[in-house]
Ligand binder design. Structure first.
Ligand SMILES: [Zn+2]
Length: 442
């Protein structure tokens, strides 16, 4: 089926970014087959179904490079006991209980809800990091099912940790990596690792062996809090990145999440091994762990992407958070205007290319038909030169009207077509109190 998304302002984001007023994006099957002037495209593709995008801006679908679907049911939950006073306490009192309390149905619902939120905010690809030590085996299949039902793309993994049982989750990753193989462009698999401070050398060795044999990367939290760095220095005599590199975790396909507490030598090592970093500014602020040395990483040409770490599925808001955080942290209003959008729009696409083997993030002939179509009437001129100003100060607060992934319309006129949002939220409200009860007993 051929579709013309026409009469909107198309922003292509390809290397020579073009802004086409009264533009048209023509899709057939899973791909874009033509981009250009609406009148011209109508002549070339007269039989295509027409979707009117007047008053809207058409962008490539957004990508979240680090998410935790499983965190959904913690929303609004009262945490028993005193408030956590540091990051490790937050893990112990909250997240390491949430993951253990999840039932099978909770895992599915916990994925479906952020998937709906992804569609609502134009996010069409996610790299997720899952944990459910109560139900490890088959948990990634439950999430895969939810992702396929929703219709977006996701790279999935299970976070291996020795915190509950030695090597917990290794088999689940191994099984799922084998099942997915090279992938079909919709689902990819990685080796998930929690973090250096909950992983022994023995477990790391096993995981890296499986990842290398399968040709996949590792997805691991790195020096999110100072505690991870201190643990590595104390137990192994070297900081986190050096330890992970020694164990073979670094590499072109691996994702190092956060990298807040790393020094210059660790940045050099990340650059030398071509490992990617994913920055999660909103989560770092929420957990009060510190500020990632973003400019030190970018100066070394390290591929730094942007994630939400489970805080939200809205990637434009994460982008603006990165923009604001680094201006404040550096007390310099000259910085981050170019860098924050680059993490989201360009670098996340490059990270995904290493996962899915396809180039996302660009509206161009032959590219995947993943689109975010947003209500936006520019109050001033909008062109190639000032697009970022509109992105940071306008589009970030605009509403997504239509979301397309793999050529399929997942939301139109703000109505989610792929999933029954009301029923899913109602069922989640029904199950959440039981999950909270199980958690309180842990
Ligand atoms: Zn995370």
């Amino acid at each position: 089926m051929t579709t013309r998304f026409e009469n909107g302002i198309v922003v292509t984001l390809e290397p020579k970014n073009q802004v086409l007023w009264n533009g048209s994006v023509v899709t057939a099957g899973e791909n874009i087959v033509a981009v250009g002037d609406a009148t011209e495209m109508k002549k070339r593709f007269p039989d295509a179904e027409a979707i009117d995008c007047t008053g809207k801006i058409v962008l490539p679908g957004f990508i979240c490079a680090h998410h935790h679907f499983y965190s959904t049911m913690a929303r609004g939950m009262a945490i028993p006991g005193e408030p956590a006073s540091n990051f490790v306490e937050t893990l112990e009192r909250l997240w390491w209980k949430v993951d253990r309390a999840l039932s099978k149905e909770d895992i599915t619902l916990s994925a479906q809800i952020p998937l709906i939120e992804c569609i609502r905010t134009g996010t069409t690809a996610v790299i997720d990091h899952h944990a459910s030590p109560g139900i490890r085996d088959g948990s990634l299949d439950l999430i895969e099912y939810a992702v396929r039902q929703a219709g977006i793309r996701a790279s999935l993994c299970y976070e291996v940790s020795d915190r509950n049982v030695m090597g917990g989750g290794v088999e689940e990753n191994e099984r799922f990596i084998k099942k997915i193989g090279k992938g079909d462009g919709q689902i990819a698999a990685m080796m998930g690792l929690h973090a250096s401070f909950t992983l022994s050398d023995e477990t790391l060795e096993k995981c890296v062996g499986i990842a290398k044999d399968a040709g996949v990367g590792c997805h691991v939290h790195v020096a999110e809090d100072l505690a991870d760095r201190e643990d590595s220095v104390k137990k192994y005599g070297i900081p986190t990145v050096h330890r992970l590199d020694k164990m073979g975790v670094t590499g072109e396909r691996s994702l190092f999440i956060h990298c807040v507490h790393i020094d210059e030598s660790e940045m050099d090592l990340i650059a030398a091994t071509k490992t990617s970093v994913v920055h999660n500014p909103e989560s770092n602020m929420n957990n009060a762990v510190g500020v990632t040395p973003l400019f030190g990483l970018l100066k070394r040409n390290i591929l730094v992407g942007l994630g939400s770490d489970g805080m939200s599925s809205d990637m434009l808001s994460q982008m603006r958070c990165a923009y604001l955080l680094h201006r404040l942290a550096n007390r310099d209003p000259r910085v981050a205007f170019l860098e924050a959008p680059k993490l989201l729009l360009k670098n996340n696409a490059e990270i995904c290319e290493r996962q899915f083997g396809i180039r996302l993030g660009e509206i161009a002939e032959g590219h995947p038909a993943d689109l975010a179509i947003i209500d936006y009437q520019p109050p001033t001129l909008l062109n190639e030169a000032n697009f970022l100003g509109h992105l940071i100060f306008g589009l970030v607060d605009a509403t997504v009207d239509t979301t397309v992934c793999r050529g399929k319309i997942l939301m139109q006129g703000k109505k989610i077509l792929a999933l029954d949002e009301e029923r899913i939220a109602a069922r989640s409200r029904e199950l959440a109190p039981r999950m909270w009860q199980r958690l309180a007993a842990l």
